[in-house]
Design a protein around this ligand. Structure first.
Ligand SMILES: NC(=O)C1=CN([C@@H]2O[C@H](COP(=O)(O)OP(=O)(O)OC[C@H]3O[C@@H](n4cnc5c(N)ncnc54)[C@H](OP(=O)(O)O)[C@@H]3O)[C@@H](O)[C@H]2O)C=CC1
Ligand SMILES: CC(=O)C(=O)O
Ligand SMILES: [Mg+2]
Length: 419
């Protein structure tokens, strides 16, 4: 059996297991739980009529009391229109539901945040915005998921303006935060700096554009960042650019991905499967960094990349390789911090605080339960460990505390921190 036949058969086996996992013993991945007694006549008199009328009256008089008498303050909506589900494209809102249920599982498992997944059929960005705005009173926060660029930018902006709860497009900011944390660590290990690095960002959508913005805020030089879309390098002479792509355009003679890869220090892939060739990788600068983050199939597979370059630091978005650069490390903990102080938004200061907390944690000794979860005997800061693992219990303390502190320092917290 060749290497590629072997990996195809492993993929087929995993896919079969994944279908059973989702179907059995009951369909789907998440349900609801009742948090108050519901056993006696008296319980019903409190939980339902007549008792339930009193919190209604209280909230009617003072809407803030919804945080006291309902689950609003610990409830997040994961909402999609299904237009960019993972790297699978516009599969529609219903087909996106397994991913949204998955995000809900991660919110609950990692940060004890309750979550409804909501799949919206919307005929236009405005219809989607109106739908989300209309259901927003239910929630303490809105996690937008898998909405394609450029509509995602307009949608997030409009909802932030309209709502007084955090609205966070995970594929933009969640991804950007983890990329930044992993990249700062990887650059240090490779003896490079963000300010000097030549960076190629393959994919100029939600994750790509937000990634560039955050890296620039952290010190990357805009003229050293080459973004690529289906038409090639995003350069300033192009006439087909929307305002978001225009904001990352550079003056350059480079036109193709292969041109941009030559002598690049960093490749960040947030585009689609198998778009990067071994030949391209061979032309990168010494000690390169490749984040092939497309899900489920990366822009280049680790085995292929590492066969070409033994001086490489490699990461993917997947759970089954070392260095998982995935927004699972972000959204549960960032929302936890934001909800804990009832932040009005998740601003850039809070995002940078999350970057710092994540990158610092990767330098500390790894607890035994993390080693056990990954079947490892040893794991330490280095080329195969640039970012904490999602099962690291310290994430639940460190990231929310840093985010909550940044919310307070930047004046968007409406409660004192509990951390
Ligand atoms: N690891 C992680 O945590 C995350 C990974 N991702 C992955 O990133 C990818 C993009 O997601 P997202 O930003 O939300 O999606 P968007 O639809 O917003 O953006 C996709 C971008 O990729 C570009 N692209 C797609 N195919 C090609 C191609 N063949 N050649 C060049 N460019 C291409 C598109 O180009 P054009 O503009 O020309 O259409 C577009 O700019 C997905 O695979 C997703 O799984 C996303 C979020 C988190
Ligand atoms: C991880 C994720 O959010 C994505 O691939 O879209
Ligand atoms: Mg996503």
């Amino acid at each position: 059996m060749t290497d590629s036949e072997h990996s195809a058969s492993l993929d087929a086996d995993l896919n079969r297991q994944a279908l059973d996992f989702h179907a059995l013993p009951r369909p789907g991945k998440i349900g609801t739980e009742v948090t108050k007694p519901a056993v006696t006549q008296h319980d019903l008199s409190l939980a339902y009529t007549p008792g339930v009328a009193e919190p209604v009256r209280q909230i009617h008089a003072d809407p803030d009391l919804a945080y006291r008498y309902t689950n609003k303050g610990n409830l997040v909506a994961v909402i999609t229109d299904g237009t960019a589900v993972l790297g699978l494209g516009n599969v529609g809102s219903l087909a996106g539901k397994p991913v949204m249920e998955g995000k809900a599982v991660l919110f609950k498992r990692f940060a004890d945040i309750d979550c409804f997944d909501i799949e919206v059929n919307a005929e236009s960005p405005q219809a989607f915005i109106d739908t989300v705005a209309r259901i927003a009173p239910t929630f303490g926060g809105i996690n937008l998921e898998d909405i394609a660029a450029p509509h995602c930018f307009e949608i997030e902006h409009a909802l932030r303006e309209r709502l007084d709860i955090p609205v966070f497009h995970d594929d933009q900011h969640g991804t950007a935060i983890i990329i930044a944390a992993g990249l700062l660590n990887a650059l240090e290990l490779q003896g490079k700096t963000l300010a000097e690095a030549q960076i190629v960002v393959l994919g100029a959508g939600a994750a790509g554009i937000a990634g560039v913005r955050l890296l620039v805020a952290l010190g990357a030089q805009p003229e050293r960042i080459f973004c690529i879309d289906r038409q090639g390098v995003i350069h300033s002479a192009r006439t087909d650019l929307n305002p978001y792509k225009r904001s990352v355009a550079v003056e350059t003679e480079q036109r193709t991905l292969a041109d941009a890869m030559r002598d690049a220090d960093v490749l960040i892939g947030v585009s689609g499967p198998d778009l990067v060739t071994p030949e391209m990788l061979a032309t990168m600068a010494p000690r390169p960094i490749v984040f092939a983050l497309s899900n489920p199939v990366p822009e280049i597979r680790p085995a292929v990349a590492l066969a070409v370059r033994d001086d490489l630091i490699m990461a993917t978005g997947r759970s089954d390789y070392p260095n998982q650069i995935n927004n699972v490390l972000g959204f549960p903990f960032i929302f936890r911090g934001a909800l804990d102080v009832r932040a009005a938004c998740i601003n850039e200061a809070m995002q940078i605080a999350a970057v710092e907390a994540l990158r610092t944690l990767a330098r500390e000794p790894v607890p035994p339960e993390v080693l056990a979860a990954y079947g490892l005997t040893d794991l330490r800061f280095g080329p195969d460990y640039i970012i904490p693992k999602p099962f690291d219990p310290r994430l639940r303390e460190r990231v929310p505390a840093a985010v909550a502190q940044a919310a307070r320092d930047s004046g968007v917290a409406r409660l004192p921190a509990t951390h």
